[in-house]
Design a protein around this ligand. Structure first.
Ligand code: SF4
Ligand code: SF4
Length: 445
């Protein structure tokens, strides 16, 4: 039974929809006690997860129940912020009405950031700490985003992952939640939201805290795209992203007061991990070169951005520095062993949570918080660019050639033998226009 589920999920190319795209079939091969359905939607402005909990409730509950069967978990919990009243009411009635009441429950979260970080979620719901550098399986839990659960349910019926739900907001005429084929160019998606309201703008893929600034509107939607935000090019959210390490180092030396506020508010530090971003800043500012044990702590940073966007009074970028360090260390194959055997949650954990309202004010995005409707209009995309790497692990290997005709749902990229990865599928009917080591382009017929 569980092998059948794992095979179907692998064949459908399901990956973690809410994070870095960890291939889901790997997680399902372990026995756990509890499965958490993550509907926290903790990034400001992004609304597709609570939308799905309210409107695709049956599929989400079915997906959760499937994961519980596969992992032998005794209990499943949908985690959602208590402010989403309608979604919670629907969920309650479906849990009872569909006969899940004995093993599925709801955990209501406060409205803070980063409530959806799986380490923070596991602490909130289970009162357990995932060790540094580890994953929730180590405390016998699986965390799956609610869109992942929906995709698992569809996978069991033989449907691969071909579409993505996302929020389109910011400087657009009609902010929306929509469902688009994977590979749709970002600038096509924003047209669905009534086009940008500015002549010059910058696109952020993902949320304002952890999203990435796009170099062009041609960049396509992938399996982990939770939103596209249109912002003025000079906006506060854009400013801190993409700085060079040497420049950040110079600024840290000139401006970091070592107040340690970045460490005091760091969510990973608050759950007892040994990450102290102010020490990384100090080391980098005053020690020549790029070595030192403390720099390896960047490997346990979640890149949530609380230090940078909320904590630092000098507007410095510990998160950005950690991100650059992390890439460098991973490239060099450096691993960081956990420094602690036991973890003690800070007595300030509750009082230092970052309220979403205050975070939005600090980010200057409050005016974009408009709770958009679902876009139900006609939409056909002429060309999709399907990336071969939309997940953690190795890129998929192309299974098609230029000129091949494909149908929506056909497998077009396979997991390399013996590697961690995920299959990819055609998201529209069409003809393969090009294939290279990065992407497969399909044009509609
Ligand atoms: S909060 Fe800013 S100024 Fe204070 S220690 Fe951290 S980086 Fe330095
Ligand atoms: S980004 Fe900053 S606040 Fe978030 S985990 Fe990393 S160091 Fe801590």
């Amino acid at each position: 039974m569980s092998e059948d589920i794992v095979d179907k999920v692998r064949a459908a190319g399901v990956v973690g929809a809410g994070g870095a795209g960890f291939p889901t079939h790997i997680k399902l091969q372990f026995e756990v006690e509890r499965v958490l359905g993550n509907g926290a939607s903790c990034e400001p402005l992004l609304m597709s997860d609570p939308y799905l909990v309210e409107h695709q409730t049956d599929l989400i509950l079915d997906g959760l129940s499937t994961v519980m069967d596969c992992t032998n978990a005794g209990i499943g919990t949908i985690c959602i912020k208590s402010k989403h009243h309608r979604a919670i009411e629907t969920l309650k009635s479906k849990i009872t009405g569909n006969g899940y009441a004995s093993d599925i429950d709801i955990f209501e979260l406060e409205d803070y950031y980063p409530a959806g970080d799986e380490f923070i979620l596991v602490n909130e719901v289970l009162g357990k700490i995932v060790p540094e550098g580890d994953i929730p399986l180590s405390v016998r839990a699986v965390v799956s985003n609610v869109e992942t659960l929906l995709n698992i349910s569809r996978a069991m019926a033989g449907h691969p992952v071909t579409d993505r739900y996302l929020t389109v907001c910011g400087e657009v005429h009609n902010p929306i939640i929509c469902k688009v084929p994977i590979g749709t160019p970002s600038d096509v998606v924003i047209q669905l939201a009534g086009s940008p309201s500015l002549s010059e703008y910058t696109l952020v893929m993902g949320g304002p805290m952890m999203g990435k600034v796009l170099s062009s509107g041609a960049e396509p939607v992938i399996k982990t795209t939770s939103g596209i935000i249109v912002l003025p090019p000079y906006h506060n959210v854009i400013r801190d992203k993409q700085k060079e390490l040497e420049r950040m180092r110079f600024i840290a030396k000139a401006a970091c007061t070592q107040c340690s506020r970045c460490t005091d508010l760091c969510p990973r530090n608050l759950i007892g991990h040994s990450l102290e971003p102010h020490k990384i800043m100090r080391h980098l500012a005053y020690t020549p070169g790029m070595t030192g044990e403390v720099l390896e702590d960047a490997l346990i940073c979640s890149e949530c951005g609380v230090c940078e966007k909320f904590a630092c009074p000098m507007m410095l970028s510990p998160r950005e520095i950690n991100s650059v360090l992390k890439q460098k260390l991973l490239k060099e194959g450096i691993k960081r062993e956990p420094k602690r055997e036991t973890y003690n949650v800070s007595p300030f954990f509750d009082t230092r949570k970052v309220p979403i309202k205050r975070l939005m004010e600090r980010l200057e995005v409050t005016k974009y918080d408009v709770h958009p409707e679902f876009y139900s209009g006609e939409f056909q995309v002429k060309e999709v660019k399907i990336l071969l790497k939309q997940h953690l692990g190795e890129p998929a290997e192309p299974m098609v050639r230029v000129g091949d005709h494909v149908k929506k749902g056909d497998a077009i990229g396979e997991i390399p033998k013996g590697a961690l990865g995920a299959r990819i599928h055609a998201s529209i009917d069409g003809t393969v226009k090009s294939v290279d080591e990065n992407q497969i382009v399909i044009v509609s017929e």
